[in-house]
Design a binder for this molecule. Sequence first.
Ligand code: ADP
Ligand code: MG
Length: 607
Amino acid sequence: MTEIYESKVKILPDFIANQIAAGEVVQRPESVVKELVENSIDAGAGSIIVSVRNAGKSLIHVIDDGNGMTKQDLELSVKRHATSKVFTSEDLEEIKTFGFRGEALASVCSVANVEIRTRKIEMPHGWKLISEPMKEEILEEINCDKGTQIFVRNLFYNVPARRKFLKSNMTEFRYISDTMIKTALSKPELRFTFYDDDTLIFDILPSDKIERIADLLGRNIKESLIPVNYQNDFVSIDGFIGEPHLSKQSRGSQYFFLNGRPILSNSLSHAVYSSYEELLDKNQKPLFVLYLNLDYSKVDVNVHPQKHEVKFDDERFVYNSVKNAVLQALRNSSYIPEVKIDLDMAANPFSLIKDNNHDILVNRMTGEMVNFDNSRASHSSSDIQHDIVKKPIIHSAFDDIFNRIDNNPSNQAMLPDNFEESSYKYINRRFIIADIGEYIYIIDQSGLHQRLIYDNITANRNGNTRVVQELLFPMEIEIDNNQFNIIHSTKGDIESLGFSFELHKDRVIFKGIPQSLKSGTEEESVRKFLIEIAAIELNTVQDIYDRICTSYSESASIKNGSELNSTEIRSLMAGLKGYRIPLYSPKGKKSVIRVTNQEFYNKLFFN
Ligand code: ADP
Ligand code: MG
């Protein structure tokens, strides 16, 4: 008996296949931006302009000055598996371009209205292609600049389920700007211009890595970037890491690039953290922008195209390379001493060496030599002594000491248990000097208080622990346009600190303020806070929440010069428990240091 089966296996129509692929490739407006910008880079563009409307939901417009496409290329480019980039399976082994799957444009075309205008430089005119889901493409001859322009309109309008899944404009925009930053960091040699509606977010000219990092992550951090340059037989690593004081509670600014591509790797991030181990508190995350280059045949880059999660053939090896690269950079900048220090030596690191009438002090820990000036070399040693006494080598201001105490690991131990009960001296309405055993601790009251407030609010960000203190009489403070914009777009963040308020164009009416504000100085603190946040730039990539918390901790903290009573001093000291010394304020100023008695003496009198 013969049965005739009707074939149940059907080849999917292209359109459906594209939509399925789109589910993978196009998750949100950011994915479109990423694919289009990568295509522009692959096309050899020197300048790429990205402009989005409504966080990319209404329009994503990318313009490049790259190679452009011929009419045939253009027609093919929106077809599934059309790619000019992979021809043989060997090519797949060595993927040097960003795109290679040949499905990005086809996928985007299945979930949005797309218009492409393109011209090859050698062609007298260009071509325009208009694509709408389920419709025939329209192709026309046009006049246009060399390069390619792509408009993607109304993303997911024909896939309501996907459209509904999109987050708020603020969130979707963050994804896009994140990708723009990563891409711009990965290609400092290209110009990137980025608009949100009509607002210019950035326009950065071709430059080198450090300038690009400063352009994007903040001019003010440039001085605090430590260069990384490392190479072994398989991997080369360069880029920059931040000095410890640039670290944040949040992950903030951490970027890895592998062969020019932004990647994520928890294991490599961990390698960086472990190099900083001695230098940071547990929750602090260092800033880094690291560029790894290694042999393509050792890397599988296609593991997770969307998430950029990368797997290495030899994970351990790459991990150790990154760790060594960062350790080496920290050592070169003397954050970590080359050799483990003998603690006795740390207590008295200086040796006096006599060399033909010169007296030279050698710091045996750092190798630093303090030579008493060549012009005095012929003087007798008593003259030298005399000179030293006459010329104060160290100004005795304590500010100065804060900057002179090194980051050597002997200063980075935890506090003794009974720290807050120890005896102390309080001087200048600013410094608490506690003397325990062989150590002297010096605390800057404002710096420490800022750190405590900052850590408290950032730790409670998602907990519901904010305590609002209702005001009997609302407090009204005038604001300017800039302040209005900042408060308007960070309302939730400000409220999470414990403020409740009404926002008007020209003033804020506070109905409640954080309970932690010291009574008597509330208004002054709130005013200061509004001034501080006025300096926040919304259109940057800086972590705005972090900036708000830093501003708040600064304005809410005890000021130097305001006198503390003994209870307040004890509670500040108690707050120090669990922290490593030296401790930095949220703005990166040293605020608590610890020295041995001997070191204290050496630093003051011999440095
Ligand atoms: P892939 O990038 O994986 O090849 P895409 O769907 O992203 O696939 O692009 C398909 C093809 O269209 C590319 O291989 C390229 O030839 C062409 N193309 C896309 N964008 C551009 C552009 N901005 N400039 C020049 N050619 C482009
Ligand atoms: Mg592509």
